[in-house]
Design a protein around this ligand. Sequence first.
Ligand code: CAA
Ligand code: NAD
Length: 285
Amino acid sequence: MTIKTVGVIGCGLMGSGITQVSAQAGFPTVVVEANQELLDKGLGNLGRTLDGLVAKAKLEAKEKGAILGRITGTTRLEDLKACELVVEAITENQELKNETFAKLDQLCPPHAILASNTSSCNVTAMAAATKRPAQVLGLHFFNPVPLMKLVEVVRTILTDDATVKTASGWVQAIGKVPVAAKDATGFIVNRLLVPYLLEAIRVYEAGLASLEDIDQAMKLGCGYPMGPFTLLDLVGLDTTLYVAEVMFEEFREPRFAPPPLLKRMVAAGYLGRKSGRGFYTHASS
Ligand code: CAA
Ligand code: NAD
């Protein structure tokens, strides 16, 4: 099966990036948001990213117009009915994702592949909510999507070979590098990354050092591109908390348990860059 038209659900942090890279690679891309205001916000962010590339002469104005011309924004899930591949990038919540997959299954063509960008939810459960479990898999992108080369191609025990092959081919066609992973909570990257981020919060809570010094230490001491608190603010503290809770529930190991400070920051609405305040204060986006 050849993928010609791509659908993305959710135009938040990740969905807007996936929409951008898909359209940039030449695929007509339909993106669905929950309401018009959020759609305008997500597409506005995407437009500003392209403007930034034009300003830096990394993209021609004409090409920006062509990319935007390949993107259709909508609030109707039914508008995905012509897509051969749909990538779900909605809020990290298992129930919401299962419901969305059941709906997609009813309105997408029978040959379409349904993928989830989930960080921690159970992809097998999403597949089981459809009547095409062999055509469901995870396509886990990294944040910020336009800059990060990796996509984890997550196979469930129900996914067939043809689906993995077609989806991996699309990942390469949009300029990313696929790695294969099994459907176990966190896949490869989050299994290793999340305990590190949670430990950074514990170390800070224990008063070992300041936020800035912990970030600086990991940047200069390990050569990481950003320290753990800058990265936590980029990922989103609400997403990190949800992922940690799911991983703790799955493995029952203390290293995945969300520290009290993380829970309280999310309760206070400190979600990171997306809310203007996380461990650091950010100019609102
Ligand atoms: N599209 C295309 N190009 C873009 C772009 C976009 N949206 N935004 C910026 N660029 C270009 C810029 O124009 C810039 O080009 P020049 O160097 O030619 O000027 C280039 O990309 C680099 O931009 P920056 O200077 O802003 O980037 P940087 O060098 O400071 O690196 C970073 C930024 C890539 C984010 C780097 O800090 C990094 O790798 N951080 C770690 C990110 C990370 O770990 N992500 C994973 C999070 S975990 C996750 O995602 C999984 C999960 O499930 C939670
Ligand atoms: P986000 O909150 O920025 O965006 C989610 C968007 O989905 C919101 O704009 C919301 O309005 C929309 N949405 C919710 N329900 C919807 C529905 N039924 N129909 C259409 N749109 C709907 O979150 P995000 O950070 O972009 O995360 C999205 C997914 O990507 C999550 O599963 C998350 O775990 C995963 N992910 C996140 C990161 C990260 O660093 N933030 C990295 C990799 C994967």
